[in-house]
Write a protein that binds this ligand. Sequence first.
Ligand SMILES: Nc1ncnc2c1ncn2[C@@H]1O[C@H](COP(=O)(O)OP(=O)(O)O)[C@@H](O)[C@H]1O
Ligand SMILES: Cc1ncsc1CCOP(=O)(O)O
Ligand SMILES: [Mg+2]
Length: 268
Amino acid sequence: MAATAPSPADVWAAYDDVRRAGPLVHNITNYVAMDLSANVLLAAGASPAMVHAREEAAEFAQLAGAVVVNIGTLSPEWAESMLGAARVASERRVPWVLDPVAVGATAYRVKVATDLLPLRPTVVRGNASEILALAGAAGRGKGVDSTDESADAVEAAIELAARTGGVVAVTGDVDIVTDGRNTLRVEGGDPLMARVTAMGCAASAMVGAFVATAAEPMVATASALAVFGLAGERAAAQAAGPGSLRWRLLDELHGLDEQSVLDGVRIS
Ligand SMILES: Nc1ncnc2c1ncn2[C@@H]1O[C@H](COP(=O)(O)OP(=O)(O)O)[C@@H](O)[C@H]1O
Ligand SMILES: Cc1ncsc1CCOP(=O)(O)O
Ligand SMILES: [Mg+2]
C-alpha cells in the first residue's frame, strides 16, 4: 500500500524514545477516558496531565510535548478550551491530536470538530464511522461506537488528510494510517478491545506520546497504534474478559520488550 512503512525496529526505536524522553502529554479528554488514558500514558513511559479549564488550557498547552483534544463529553466551556489549546499548539508547533468522538451523532459535535480542523491537527484518530462523518461521507455510528469497517473509511481518511495537511488514522479490526499520499495498514489488536470503554481514546493518547518524541507524524502514528495493538492482543490472549483485558493492557504496555516488538509488529 505504501513505501514508508516503519519496520518493527523503527517501531521499537520510537517506543524507546517515548520511554527515555517521558513526554508531557496534555489531554483535554472526556470524563470516561481520563483514567484509562492517563494510565496508558504512564504505562508507556509518558507523563499525562488532564487540564481542561478555560482559564488554563491554552497556557498549559505551551508546556506540553503534545496536546490531545477529545470531544467525548463536550460542553461550550470545554469547546472553548479545546479551541484555545489547539490554537496555541498550532502556532507554537506543538504536535496535537484530535479524537472526534461520536462526531456524526449531533450537529453540535460536527460544528466543534469542524471548527478545530482549520487549526491543522497533526493527527486525527477516530473509528471508521467518525472519520466518514468528519470527511462528510455517510458514516454516523452508534453514539461513540462505529457501525462501519475501517477498510470502508480509507478514501474518507485520505480526503480528510488532504484537507488538514496532517495524518489521519482509522482504527478498527485493521488500523489505517494516511497522510493523503501514502497509506499504511497496521494489524494487531483484538475484538475484545472494543468491549472496554475509552480504548480508542487511549489509542489517541498513545499517538500523542509518540508524536511528542518522533520527528515524522506518519511513523509516530503507525508506531503508536502498532504498540497499542500488540499490547492489546497480548493482553487479550490471557484475559478472562473486558475487565482483565483493561489491567493486562497496562501491564503489557509497561513490560513490552524489544524482542516482542520485533516479533509482533505488522505494518504494511
Ligand atoms: N475487531 C478488532 N480487532 C482488533 N483490534 C481492534 C478491533 N476493534 C478495535 N480494535 C482496537 O481497539 C483500539 C480502539 O479502536 P476502536 O474501537 O476503533 O476505537 P473507538 O473506541 O474510538 O471506537 C484500537 O487499538 C483498535 O486497533
Ligand atoms: C462512552 C463515552 N461517552 C462519551 S465519551 C465516551 C468514551 C468513548 O471512548 P471510545 O471512543 O474510546 O470508545
Ligand atoms: Mg472513540
